[in-house]
Design a protein around this ligand. Structure first.
Ligand SMILES: C[S@@+](CC[C@H](N)C(=O)[O-])C[C@H]1O[C@@H](n2cnc3c(N)ncnc32)[C@H](O)[C@@H]1O
Length: 274
């Protein structure tokens, strides 16, 4: 039987603490959630689901896994780990929200093995794939806007190219806790976008000003260069929403390019609770 650490987890239906009972998690009101044999738990009630299979498709997830496993975005991991190391009071509980197939979550767990780690994503396919990385992370299907985690139980929340739900994240953070958010910069993968889009409108992409639940402590724009060939280039296209918008003639153009020099540009923002 799989042992699932329920610390900090609450029932998504009634908000009461969850504990393990055999192969399920159960709350005092008897709401029950099965632990999948892959080691994750679906804590996304149908009422909180806005589509049948929300999130990235299995093809997008597989491409993301192959691309990230090749280490192309390792500098991004390094930046976030440095921000996590700077959290006052240290790190004993953290959540990676929109964890996808779990690459960054696993890297964070390797760096902070003592921290109780949760990887949460709205996509069941993503969480299922993430669970194959390690059973030492609590992988859950959940929505970022209503995470089944106790108030004030979390030192850090990471949102890696996913979404910032300010009010919810502020509820989860303990005093002094931090959100580390990574978002794409204006020039991010610009060389790829120039091939994909015939008329590229370059929007300024600085992250939105917080609405009041969190305040910005630091925001740094980071940049590095990457040269990609063949499969890596294909995976990069497939793992982004651009893959859904590319015209067949531009896809053909991209596949005839032997290699591409790319700009990776992103904001690393640290937010604290007010
Ligand atoms: C661009 S991917 C990033 C995945 C991962 N953080 C990474 O960088 O590899 C965004 C992720 O957010 C998830 N997502 C989208 N809406 C969500 C929501 N409301 N709650 C939780 N996750 C969500 C998607 O399923 C997807 O895995």
């Amino acid at each position: 039987m799989i042992t699932f650490n329920c610390a900090d987890l609450i029932c998504p239906l009634c908000g009461m603490p969850l504990c393990q009972d055999g192969g399920s998690l159960i709350c005092p009101q008897h709401h029950t959630f099965d632990i999948a044999r892959q080691g994750y738990v679906n804590l996304l009630p149908v009422q909180q689901k806005h589509s049948l299979s929300p999130g990235d498709t299995p093809d997008m997830l597989a491409a993301r896994r192959n691309f990230l496993n090749a280490g192309h975005y390792l500098p991004i991991c390094g930046d976030v780990i440095r921000a996590l190391e700077g959290i006052p009071g240290g790190l004993s509980g953290m959540i990676d929200v929109g964890c996808g197939e779990g690459y960054y979550t696993s890297r964070f767990h390797e760096k902070f093995p003592e921290a109780r780690m949760i990887g949460a994503d709205i996509s069941k396919a993503a969480v299922k794939m993430a669970a194959s990385r390690t059973k030492d992370i609590r992988w859950i299907t959940a929505t970022a806007s209503r995470l089944p985690v106790a108030d004030g139980s979390t030192d850090a929340i990471t949102a890696m190219f996913s979404l910032l739900c300010e009010e919810e994240f502020a509820r989860l953070l303990r005093p002094g806790g931090r959100v580390i958010e990574v978002t794409a910069g204006t020039q991010h993968l610009i060389e790829l976008k120039r091939i994909i889009y015939d008329d590229l409108f370059e929007q300024h992409k600085r992250p939105k000003v917080p609405q009041g639940y969190l305040h910005e402590i630091a925001c740094e724009l980071k940049k590095f260069r990457l040269t990609l060939h063949g499969e890596d280039l294909k995976n990069l296209l497939l793992m982004t929403p651009h893959t859904l918008r590319i015209k067949p003639e531009n896809r053909a153009r991209l596949s005839s390019v032997p290699s591409l020099d790319l700009t990776v540009e992103y904001y690393v923002r640290v937010l604290g609770k007010r």
